[in-house]
Write a protein that binds this ligand. Structure first.
Ligand code: FES
Length: 352
C-alpha cells in the first residue's frame, strides 16, 4: 500500500462508500464526498465525530485520550476527524447531528484578501473573495492555512450563505498566536492569497417551526451569529430575533453602529450590547445574565450561543432556567488554538 492508494470507508447505515488515503482522516474523505456524519471541531477535542469501527483497522493518530479513552479504543471506537484507515473499514457514527442532512461538499479554496481592518481592540475584520463559490450553512466555519508553517486555524463566517464567494471573518488577536501575531495582525495585506478549506461544523441555523430566536455572542463569537442573523432576516424580515452581544469594554465592542442600524430597519430585531468590565450608558453585566433579566420564559424560542466556554455554559443554564427545550439550544465554544491543541475535550472552534 502506498500513500496514494485508497482504502474504502463504508458507512454501515447507508452503505455509501468512499475512497480514503492512508494519511487522510476518515471524516475528511466523507465530507469531501458530501457524506455527512456528526462533526464539530475537526480537532479531536469535542468527541462529536465518534464512530464505531465495525470492520477493518484504523490508526488513531493524534486522537487525545481525554476525548477517546483506552476503553473506547479497545471497544472499537474512533474519532473520525483524526483516525486514518489501515485497511478497508466499515463505520457507524455514534452521535446524532443537529445539522442532520447537511450535504455541503468539503473543498479546498483559494481566496484573495479584499479587506482587512481593525474593528475593535485586538480584533480585525477580514474580507476574502473566493475563486469559486462555497456552499455553506449559516454558522459554519473554514480552516485557513497559515503560510510557511502550514498550521490550520478555524474561523467562522460572519457573512451569509447568499454571498458564497465573498466571505467575512472576525478575528481576535491571541498574543504570540501563530496565525494572528505571526500573520493576520502583522504580515497579511490586501491582495494576498489565502488557502482555506470548508465548510465545517454543525453549529448552523435550524429553522425550527419558525420559532423566534435568541442569539447570544461573546467577543468574536458574534461572527457565526451575524451569519445566522443575516440569513434568518433574509428568509423572514419579520422574524422576532433578540441579539445579545457581550464584550468587556467599549474598546472591545464592535459593529455596534451596524447592528443598531439593523435594529432600526427590522422592527422585530432587538439588539442588546452588554459590557461586563466598564460602566457605560448601556446594559452592564455578563451577557447571559443580561439576557436572563429580559425573559420570564424562553419556552417557545430557539437559542444560539457562541463565545468562550464559560459564557456558553452559563447560557445553556440560563436558557434551561427559562424553560427552553434542550433540542432548541445550539452552541459553539471558542477556545484559543493552543488550548484546543490540548485534549481539553470541550473546544468546538478555535481562534488564534
Ligand atoms: S469533530 Fe472530531 S473530535 Fe470534534
Amino acid at each position: 500500500m502506498t500513500e496514494n492508494s485508497l482504502h474504502g470507508v463504508k458507512l454501515a447505515s447507508t452503505s455509501e462508500e468512499v475512497g480514503c488515503r492512508p494519511d487522510q482522516p476518515l471524516l475528511d474523505s466523507l465530507l469531501r464526498n458530501e457524506i455527512w456524519i456528526p462533526n464539530s471541531c475537526n480537532q479531536g477535542t469535542c468527541g462529536t465525530c465518534k464512530v464505531q469501527v465495525l470492520r477493518g483497522q484504523v490508526d488513531h493518530r493524534q486522537s487525545p485520550l481525554d476525548t477517546l479513552n483506552m476503553a473506547e479504543r479497545d471497544g472499537g471506537m474512533a474519532l473520525a476527524c483524526q483516525a486514518t484507515p489501515c485497511s478497508d473499514v466499515e463505520i457507524q457514527p455514534v452521535g446524532e447531528s443537529v445539522a442532520g442532512g447537511l450535504r455541503h461538499r468539503l473543498q479546498d479554496f483559494l481566496g484573495t484578501v479584499t479587506g482587512l481592518a481593525d474593528i475593535a481592540e485586538d480584533t480585525r475584520r477580514l474580507l476574502v473573495s473566493l475563486e469559486k463559490p462555497m456552499e455553506f450553512s449559516a454558522g459554519q466555519y473554514v480552516e485557513m492555512t497559515v503560510p510557511r508553517t502550514g498550521a490550520k486555524r478555524q474561523y467562522s463566517m460572519a457573512s451569509a450563505p447568499s454571498t458564497p464567494t465573498e466571505l467575512e471573518f472576525h478575528i481576535r488577536r491571541v498574543p504570540d498566536g501563530e496565525a494572528t501575531d505571526g500573520w493576520i495582525f502583522t504580515t497579511l495585506q490586501e491582495g494576498d492569497t489565502i488557502e482555506l478549506s470548508g465548510p465545517y461544523g454543525d453549529f448552523t441555523y435550524a429553522d425550527v417551526d419558525g420559532a423566534p430566536l435568541i442569539l447570544v455572542g461573546g467577543g468574536t463569537g458574534l461572527a457565526p451569529l451575524m451569519s445566522i442573523l443575516r440569513h434568518a432576516l433574509s428568509l423572514d424580515p419579520d422574524r422576532e430575533i433578540h441579539l445579545y452581544q457581550g464584550a468587556r469594554t467599549t474598546a472591545d465592542l464592535y459593529d455596534f453602529d451596524k447592528l443598531r442600524g439593523y435594529a432600526e430597519t427590522f422592527a422585530n430585531l432587538h439588539y442588546v450590547p452588554a459590557l461586563n468590565m466598564e460602566d457605560w450608558d448601556g446594559r452592564t453585566g455578563h451577557v447571559t445574565d443580561v439576557m436572563l433579566e429580559d425573559f420570564d420564559s424562553c419556552k417557545d424560542y430557539s437559542g444560539y450561543l457562541c463565545g468562550p466556554p464559560v459564557m456558553v455554559e452559563a447560557g445553556i443554564k440560563a436558557f434551561k432556567r427559562r424553560r427552553m427545550a434542550p433540542r432548541r439550544i445550539y452552541r459553539e465554544k471558542y477556545t484559543p488554538a493552543a488550548a484546543a491543541a490540548r485534549p481539553a475535550g470541550l473546544a468546538v472552534a478555535a481562534l488564534a
